[in-house]
Design a binder for this molecule. Structure first.
Ligand SMILES: C[S@@+](CC[C@H](N)C(=O)[O-])C[C@H]1O[C@@H](n2cnc3c(N)ncnc32)[C@H](O)[C@@H]1O
Length: 398
């Protein structure tokens, strides 16, 4: 289960001026969060809200920092865990990361914590972030907070990594010049949906020209139908520009969720919800009991997570579980996805057997392998002979 390290709460309380143990103060934050959630999730309000620089408002900034930064902080762990299986982080002297749409620094801080939790890869690595945002106040606030963050972090971990963060203030919608430098990793979280649709080609060009040949791009978006489908659409556009999808897809062709107008694709990961988030949830009626989000990891090299998890490129017997397991009287079923397509996978209780038993315990976004199943059109039938194994959990760990 994902968990935020303890030092983060004392950092947060210092920079937000909110006592995270005070129900009265949390109630005030919750009221702001409730209003923001309304704007973020209501389609007609969303546009208006995101195109006004909402984070530059002090109260909104506080709500974002305490609630949204915390509930988004750990999401980057999953793609980073998945990338780590490729050996990408091993033995790097320098790691240069571009974070597009940094805001108050969620992804930069989440990545720094992940690196310290995985210190074995980074003992001899110098890490440099470029934090890009169009709103100067956001970056300035983040830089101010970062000092407190790094101080708390240094007190928490016995070994620390050399980290540098350089700001870059510009609007990617109006970017004529690309970076003359290329990055090992580019991260874009909760930002694609704030870039007007017609200008997303600029974002794609920026990513395309900014990523190293062996680098990785991580995109994270909310699990809402509209934002998730927008991400899948961007995924398909990346493929047309010569990118390969490393994860979560076990295919490099178009996304089958976009073949209908009702499907989308997201993960749902367990986390140890901090007590102050639980209290805000009660008032704001948000309920972040789990972390739900959509993500894409892309590269310019033809690499896929399955190459490392299975030891071979196998897009036929390995599947990403793309729905929850639905349990009904007499059967269990879910949707799985790979090169064959987005398939409805059904197991009747009467075909229960020791080799297919693990199917009853699968979770959304795990990778499973199945052998000896029956396939018809868009359906997979599990039989008594079908062998089912889990090969990756939805935190990206084997
Ligand atoms: C919802 S916040 C996300 C912040 C952070 N990545 C996170 O996940 O919490 C989106 C950020 O993207 C920035 N942004 C939106 N459109 C942008 C653009 N065209 N150019 C640069 N930054 C942009 C906003 O100013 C805001 O700080």
């Amino acid at each position: 289960m994902l968990e935020i390290p303890k030092f983060y709460e004392s950092f947060l309380s210092k920079v937000s001026n909110v006592n995270l143990n005070s129900p009265r103060q949390l109630k005030k934050v919750a009221e702001i969060v409730a209003a923001m959630s309304e704007y973020f999730t209501r389609k007609n309000l969303r546009k208006e809200f995101v195109f006004y620089d909402y984070l530059s408002n002090g109260e909104v900034q506080k709500g974002y920092l305490v609630y949204f930064t915390t509930t988004n902080l750990l999401k980057v762990y999953v793609p980073l865990n998945e990338i780590s299986h490729s050996g990408f982080f091993r033995g790097k002297k320098k790691l240069e990361i571009l974070d597009i749409g940094t805001g108050l620094g969620t992804v930069v801080m989440g990545t720094i914590i992940w690196m310290h939790e995985n210190i074995r890869y980074f003992r001899n690595t110098e890490v440099k972030f470029v934090a890009l945002d169009k709103v100067e106040q956001n970056i300035r606030k983040f830089q101010e907070n970062l000092e407190f963050f790094l101080n708390e972090l240094r007190n928490h971990y016995s070994e620390t990594i050399k980290v540098e963060v350089e700001p870059a203030i510009f609007d990617i919608e109006h970017a004529f010049e690309m970076f003359d430098k290329r990055f090992d990793l580019i991260t874009v979280a909760n930002t694609l949906n704030e870039v007007v649709y017609e200008k997303r080609n600029k974002l794609l060009r920026l990513i395309n020209s900014g990523i190293k040949d062996d680098g990785f791009v991580i995109l994270i978006e909310p699990a809402l139908m509209i934002t998730s489908r927008d991400l899948l659409d961007f995924r398909d556009k990346m493929i047309k520009q010569g990118f390969y999808i490393y994860s979560p897809c076990l295919r490099n062709s178009n996304c089958p969720a976009l073949e209908t107008d009702k499907d989308w694709c997201h993960t749902e990961v367990e986390w140890k919800r901090p007590e102050f988030i639980r209290q805000i949830d009660l008032v704001a009626k948000n309920y972040r009991k789990t972390l739900k989000f959509s993500y894409i990891v892309a590269t310019k090299k033809d690499m896929n997570l399955i190459d490392f998890v299975a030891g071979e490129r196998n897009f036929k017997d390995y599947f990403r579980v793309v729905s929850q397991l639905i349990v009904e009287k007499g059967k269990k079923h879910c949707f799985v996805c790979n090169e064959i397509g987005r398939l409805h996978c059904v197991k009747l209780d009467r075909v229960d057997s020791p080799q297919n038993q693990i199917f009853d315990e699968i979770d959304r976004y795990e990778i499973i392998t199945m052998k000896n199943f029956v396939k018809s059109d868009k359906e997979i039938k599990i039989t008594q002979e079908t062998e089912v194994k889990k090969v990756l959990n939805n935190e990206g760990k084997i």
